[in-house]
Design a protein around this ligand. Structure first.
Ligand SMILES: NC(=O)c1ccc[n+]([C@@H]2O[C@H](COP(=O)([O-])OP(=O)(O)OC[C@H]3O[C@@H](n4cnc5c(N)ncnc54)[C@H](O)[C@@H]3O)[C@@H](O)[C@H]2O)c1
Length: 341
């Protein structure tokens, strides 16, 4: 029976992945320091769900190398998701950001390298490794910015240009994970992910904007838009991401390593302004909106070119944005309860 370790497994993406692996009959070890507000509720959800007898939860920090070494014992695949996830927090406290994202990742890689039969490692990186994309020409529309020419979006050949401490620490980890395949022959894969959304997400102003805007709308609280609101992202519903993890781990099992941009792609995009309209339709009223100056490193447009993942992993997103938003709305009541709002 396969055994997986998910660092950050109580988080939004991690708990969805854990549930899916448990449903597939795997044994799952979750290592999480439970620092993100609300994620204890995700762990309870996993403990009450199918395959819970095959779930082991370890409350530990990825900065603790000894704890990470113990957690990888007997594991076939490590999904390394635990992270300091907010650009804003990275700017105010770059040391903690680096220690969690940089050193935490090195701890995972070193623990795996020391295993008698090293596990495969799949790392969740970010589109932020491509920087603010200032040199990419844009066109302005009424509700959104667009790339003037990159019809399919940003591909993996885009030069790296780490921007913000978060971009630097995640980018460092991204390159370490990639390099451990070259230098030590580990089986590793990097997913450079753009905006992921879905149930079990506790969106805040600092991370998880779709869930954050929806939560604020549900709670009848105002939202702040940094910039003109025409910023565009490709959106990926979490179930589609979980499918990419399954395909990625199967590829790792075959001995394939690699780096992939994973996102909704050109067919699944939304601007902030368009999200506000969608929320008004879903809730019968949009949130009250305040505007502020744009934030450092904020890309006016980011759309992933997912061609490589389509060709090599046989993966592409299936869930349209409209259906995904409706599924996210179903989760809002539980999110409010878990957050006490
Ligand atoms: N959600 C997105 O849109 C998105 C986009 C790009 C990349 N990512 C990456 O995907 C991964 C998962 O993101 P998410 O949205 O599920 O975030 P999340 O905050 O919901 O999950 C991260 C989990 O890691 C845990 N954690 C934080 N610091 C830790 C530490 N020092 N030791 C152990 N556990 C720790 C948190 O408690 C949380 O449960 C992260 O690496 C993130 O950078 C997410």
């Amino acid at each position: 029976m396969a055994r997986a370790l998910i660092t950050g497994g109580a988080g939004f993406v991690g708990s969805n992945l854990a549930r899916s692996l448990l449903e597939r009959g795997e044994r799952v070890v979750v290592l999480d320091n439970l620092s993100r507000a609300g994620v204890r509720g995700n762990l309870e959800w996993l403990r009450a769900g199918p395959g819970a007898d095959r779930l082991e939860a370890i409350e530990a920090d990825v900065r603790d190398a000894a704890a990470v070494r113990r957690a990888v014992e007997g594991v076939d695949c490590v999904y390394h998701l635990a992270a300091q996830v907010a650009v804003t927090s990275s700017v105010s406290d770059p040391r903690t950001d680096f220690e969690v994202n940089g050193l935490g990742t090195l701890n995972v890689l070193e623990a795996v390298r020391a295993m008698p039969r090293p596990a495969a490692v799949l790392y969740t990186s970010t589109n932020k490794v491509y920087g603010a994309l200032h040199d990419v020409r844009l066109r302005e529309g009424r509700m959104r910015w667009r790339f003037a020419s990159r019809r399919r979006g940003i591909g993996e050949e885009q030069p790296l240009d780490f921007h913000s401490p978060y971009g630097c620490s995640k980018g460092t980890a991204d390159q370490y994970v990639h390099d451990y395949a070259r230098i030590y022959g580990l089986r590793t894969m990097v997913f450079r992910m753009s905006c992921i959304y879905g149930p079990r997400q506790f969106g805040t102003e600092d991370q998880g904007w779709v869930a954050h805007f929806m939560l604020r709308t549900a709670c009848e609280e105002p939202v702040t838009i940094y910039g003109d609101g025409k910023q565009v992202r490709d959106l990926l519903f979490v179930d589609d991401l979980v499918r990419a993890f399954h395909l990625g781990s199967a590829a790792l099992e075959r001995g394939e390593s690699g780096i992939y941009n994973i996102g909704g792609g050109a067919a699944h995009t939304l601007s902030l302004a368009e999200l506000l309209s969608a929320l008004a339709r879903l809730y019968g009223r949009g949130p009250q909106v305040e505007y502020a100056a744009s934030r450092p490193g904020d890309q006016p447009v980011y759309v992933s070119d997912i061609t490589l993942a389509r060709i090599r992993l046989g993966w592409e997103p299936r869930i349209p944005v409209k259906a995904g938003l409706a599924r996210l709305k179903e989760w809002m009541e539980e999110a409010r309860r878990l957050l006490g709002r």
